[in-house]
Design a protein around this ligand. Structure first.
Ligand code: ADP
Length: 293
C-alpha cells in the first residue's frame, strides 16, 4: 500500500507561436487542460504502476476539483479522504511556444489550505507500507505526514521537488530522498550534486539523471549508477513523477531498493515516450515491457 500526500492542480496549457510579453496579448494555437500537480501525478503514477494507492490532498469547490477527483478515482486511486475546501482548486497556467519554451504561473488555491493532518488521514499514513511526499503543499503538512509515518513504521520517501527551503529536522524523518541535480544542490548548497553531503542528512538517496538514468547511494556504502532504458524521447514532462510513483510501489511490494530503482527507471523511460503529463504515466504492463528490455 502506498499513500501519497501532496498537491493537485489543474494544468491549463496554451500553445502559441511565441510567449506574450508583459502587457501583450497574443493569439494562440491549441489549448489543453489536464489534471496535474506533483501529488496527484505521483498518485496516478503509483496506481497505474499497480500499487494500491491513496491520495491525501485538497481540491477546491470549483469544477476543476470535480474533474481532478474523478480523474484520480477513475485511475484507481482511493480518493475517499480527499478534502474539498471552499474556493479555487490549484491551477497551473502554462504557456508554451513553438520552441518548447514555457512560462508557468501556479496558483496553489486549495493546496494552500491543506494544513496538518486529520486523525483519519494519519490512520491512512499509518496503515501504508510507503508514504510518498513532494514539496508543493505547506511544508508543515509534509512534516506532519512524515512524522505520522515514522511513528507507525511506514517507510518514507520525499521527492524534494519543487526545490525549496526545508524546515529544520524535516530530513530526519526521511528514509529515502529522491532528487534531481538542481534539487540536490538546493539542499546541500553546493554547485554539484554531492551525494556524501546528502547521506549525512538521510540514509538513502536516489539522484535522477534524466537520459542517464539514476544513481542510488546509501549509508551502507553502496553507490551505484543505474543506467536509463533507451527509448525514443517525445516529451520528458512527468518522467520524474512516473519514476517516483513506480519507486514507491516497488518498495512497498518489498523489492530490493536497487531493483526498485531500476524498475522506476523503466517507468520514467515509458513516460518520455508520450506527450503530456498525467496522461503519459505508464501502466504496469508498459513498465514491465521496458524493464524486460
Ligand atoms: P525530473 O524531471 O524530476 O528532473 P528526470 O528528468 O531525471 O526527472 O527523469 C526521471 C527519470 O526518468 C530518470 O531517472 C530516468 O530513469 C527517466 N528518464 C528521464 N528522461 C529519460 C530519457 N530521455 N530516456 C530514458 N529515461 C529517461
Amino acid at each position: 500500500k502506498v499513500v501519497v500526500v501532496g498537491s493537485a492542480n489543474m494544468d491549463l496549457v496554451g500553445l502559441a507561436e511565441k510567449l506574450p510579453r508583459p502587457g501583450e496579448t497574443v493569439l494562440g494555437d491549441d489549448f489543453v487542460m489536464t489534471p496535474g500537480g506533483k501529488g496527484a501525478n505521483q498518485a496516478i503514477a503509483a496506481a497505474r504502476a499497480g500499487g494500491t494507492t491513496t491520495f491525501l490532498g485538497a481540491i477546491g469547490s470549483d469544477s476543476f476539483g470535480v474533474t481532478l477527483s474523478s480523474r484520480l478515482a477513475s485511475t484507481g486511486v482511493d480518493t475517499s479522504q480527499v478534502r474539498t475546501s471552499y474556493g479555487s482548486s490549484g491551477v497551473a497556467v502554462i504557456m508554451v511556444d513553438r520552441a518548447g519554451e514555457n512560462s508557468i504561473l501556479v496558483s496553489p488555491g486549495a493546496n494552500r489550505t491543506f494544513l496538518d493532518l486529520t486523525d483519519d488521514e494519519r490512520a491512512r499514513v499509518a496503515e501504508a507500507d510507503v508514504l510518498l511526499c513532494q514539496q508543493e503543499i505547506p511544508m508543515g503538512t509534509v512534516a506532519a505526514a512524515l512524522a505520522a509515518a515514522r511513528e507507525s513504521g511506514t517507510r518514507t520517501i520525499l521527492n524534494a521537488a519543487p526545490a525549496r527551503e526545508l524546515p529544520p529536522g524535516l530530513l530526519d524523518q526521511v528514509d529515502l530522498l529522491v532528487v534531481n541535480e538542481t534539487e540536490a544542490q538546493t539542499i546541500t548548497g553546493g554547485s554539484a550534486a554531492d551525494l556524501a553531503a546528502l547521506l549525512a542528512l538521510v540514509p538513502r538517496v536516489v539522484l535522477t539523471l534524466s537520459g542517464d538514468g539514476s544513481r542510488y547511494a546509501d549509508r551502507d556504502g553502496r553507490d551505484v549508477h543505474v543506467p536509463a532504458f533507451s527509448v525514443e524521447v517525445v516529451d520528458t514532462t512527468a518522467a520524474g513523477d512516473a519514476f517516483c510513483g513506480a519507486l514507491a510501489v516497488a518498495w512497498a511490494e518489498g523489492r530490493e531498493l536497487l531493483d526498485a530503482v531500476r524498475w522506476a527507471n523503466a517507468a520514467g523511460a515509458a513516460a518520455v515516450r508520450k506527450i503530456g503529463a498525467s496522461n503519459a504515466l505508464p501502466s504496469r504492463a508498459e513498465i514491465e515491457a521496458i524493464f524486460a528490455g
